[in-house]
Design a protein around this ligand. Sequence first.
Ligand SMILES: NC(=O)c1ccc[n+]([C@@H]2O[C@H](COP(=O)([O-])OP(=O)(O)OC[C@H]3O[C@@H](n4cnc5c(N)ncnc54)[C@H](OP(=O)(O)O)[C@@H]3O)[C@@H](O)[C@H]2O)c1
Length: 292
Amino acid sequence: MSEHRFLIWGGKGWVAGHLKELLQKQGKTVESTTVRMENREAVLKELERFKPTHVLNCAGVTGRPNVDWCEDNKEQTIRSNVIGTLNLADCCYLNKIHVTVFATGCIYHYDDAHPIGGKTFTEEDPANFSGSYYSATKSKVEEIMKQYSNALILRLRMPVSDDLHPRSFVTKISKYEKVVDIPNSNTLLTDMLPVSIILAENNETGVYNFTNPGAISHNEVLDLFAKYVRPGFTYSNFSVEEQSKILKAGRSNCELDTTKLTTKMKEYGVEIPEVHKAYEECFKRMSAGGTK
Ligand SMILES: NC(=O)c1ccc[n+]([C@@H]2O[C@H](COP(=O)([O-])OP(=O)(O)OC[C@H]3O[C@@H](n4cnc5c(N)ncnc54)[C@H](OP(=O)(O)O)[C@@H]3O)[C@@H](O)[C@H]2O)c1
């Protein structure tokens, strides 16, 4: 596999940084780029320059301070997350390059057929959440993107790192004045980024729910955070209805079915830890690393 050349798009981003560090640690040939995805000429030139075998697309707008930003910046959201993401996949297709897209699972919401603790959302289920412009565009793009035979689409949800980076789900909810308490699928980067590399290197394609198996509630996460990282930490809850009053756009809450992913990873001898177990290990690493 030494001939593999990885080019990471969205080079200055949070997930991109973790991915680059991991690939470097693995001794892989990797570079990252900040070329704008919607600029076709520049994308083609960048592909020609580095000649990647694999593009890892971690670029996209998620909004600052949060996805509410996309509600007021629809053209910019379209240019990056729709035109840009598809343009990059298309340029890779023309150049016979495998592209892994770090996409989102925030395209579902619990409903009568998929209640909390009940049936979970598979890769085949049509998106049923468009409460934010960010999610609405992401689900439409995925629908088109999955037709590209060179594309691997990984649906992350509420990613978590081993530090308290501002982008990490734990950091976010530990700073909120109040949190909702709903079980969700989460992506713990330390477990999942190595999985993305294995899938990419083996030229796997198609859509995967890309989270640790199971679902964990906000309160469970924060209780574990208090247990392992910050003793004495407290928080308070509010309802989804109360939360909606302080947000411009809706937020997705759902549990994704990880059967397709865990079955595939068994072929490679990799077991992905269940989300509660994964959080315990994450918080132990955090504590051992001196994070408080
Ligand atoms: N973090 C989450 O909660 C989460 C959850 C699920 C899925 N994801 C997905 O995972 C991916 C990475 O997320 P992240 O948290 O690492 O985001 P991030 O830290 O905001 O990084 C995204 C990077 O993409 C770049 N970018 C934006 N538009 C671009 C364009 N048109 N062309 C080239 N680069 C562009 C940004 O650069 P500029 O700042 O210069 O624009 C930024 O450096 C995103 O696509 C996101 O949708 C994230």
